[in-house]
Design a protein around this ligand. Sequence first.
Ligand SMILES: [Zn+2]
Length: 581
Amino acid sequence: MNKSPQIWLCGLALSLGAAFAAPGPLPVMNRSDVVFMYETGRQTYEDYGATVLAWGGKPTAKSLEQARGLKFFGSVGMVTEFGRYYERFPQTYEQGLCRGLDGRPYKVPWLTDLQHQGIPFWWCCTRQPLFRQYISERVVETVKAGADGVHIDDHLGTAGALWTGGCFCDRCVEGFHDYLKTLPASELARQGIQDPAGLNYRTVLQAWLAQKRGRKPQEHPLWSQWRIYQLQGAARFMEELRALAARTAGHAVPIGANAGLLWGNHLNDFKALDLFSAEIEHHAAERRFSDAPLVAYRLADAVGRPLASTASGWDWACIKEHNLPGLVQGWIALSYAAGHGLMVPNRQWCYTPEKGTHWYAGPKEKFAPLYQFVRQHRNLFDDYRNYADLTVVFSSRTFDRNPPRIIAACGELAAANVSYCIALSGDEVVDHPLKADDLRLSPRLVVIEPQDLSEADRELLRGETNLQRYASIKQAIAVITPAARVKAPAAVRVLPRVKPGSAIIHLANWAYDAGHDSVPPLNNVRLDLDLEALGVAGATEAAWFSPGAQPLNLPVTNGSVTVPALGLWTVVEIRAPRAER
Ligand SMILES: [Zn+2]
């Protein structure tokens, strides 16, 4: 049968998209990159040494000129662009709205204060053809306008509403049939489903909720399958958008997304992404430095993507309300010490239910010197990887079930200065089977909730007989002597990074004093190092770098280095003797 030219062209375009889709992530970032979230003026970019714009708008001649030399990502929002979507389809926009169990549209919970033409910011459904058309057009116009990459905000689309109990529009309900048909007969029988194509999950759930007061949709027996269905669908749409961007440009286009890695569920589409440019909870309200963001950086490492982070809207609201730039300085230091980077806090979105959306303008004199320090010493950052004393193995299923539990366990390691990496085992949502290399990043490992791992991953673990194993995080902390240890009268975090022939030890002063919004400086901080483990056996000299200070050479004596002063953050470089490199 002859294909119509239209169908043939469509087929060609699809195959071209597939051809441009790289098998792995595109190399879009260096460890020393300085990333801006939003567009700003030329002078501000230069003051911070900016190299990447992660959440720019649709490029214009003016914005491209202002950002010349920067990698420019144009942003497309799956949840935040209701006004623009309405203007594109003013007569038919209602077709694309999400629907609750009652069939009515619902608002985006953190945009309840926004309206367009008197219409609330409704959540729109990324399964609805009209809204998919809108998002696709926005990706195409962003690429055609000259963006180097595309950032997708609220990349989960409809699946981002799972916690609120949405979406139950006709498309979502009908699409579930095809998903159910792929399940094993045993699972269908277990769920009591005889005819997947005849199941209307909206009415099933309504009836179940009506049977007993206080029930929640997320407690229904079929909800776990519904969740997988929605998250897999969101990932497929991101893959389509990535291919669309590539077809439009005629070459592979890097894609970033606001993947809030610590909130669970956000790794569903990591294979469609080249970087995470994302909101990460920093717990500003606790008025102390948090170890939680380190888990996000280690998760990003685990799936081989860089993380350009920012804090959450409520973190920034707290920073603004209490004027705490010193807390933010610690976030910047931790991010680079972890091998990633906090996006420049030049202008930050703040949110509280009481105040709604408002903005924080960061003091340049407090933040720019830290970013300039990174740019001036980029050779201390680029090409290094995390040195791990311990590999923490867990399934994304375990993490998504209870993220705070894993974050707390990893926090104990961070507090004990046991440097860790994460080996993430995938599940139905996250396509990431373990590889032997994931387990060999350190000589020791601990597995959290091994019953959640796939049989293949458990088999792989059984085969790794040369690794020292621990029954628990607590046991690991009690037994392991970290390769980099610190002696100081106050809390200091030690983060070692390595490349062949060289080790970098980041020291972050963790004794944040909320009353003064700063850290008391420390003198003569002693580092004891396992030089052999760090790949710098026999080293006798180190170099000390600190923001605002002249670099200094320091002796290494029997594996020990004394750092003369530690303000907020300092970096010690140790090189193997020349013959060893
Ligand atoms: Zn829907």
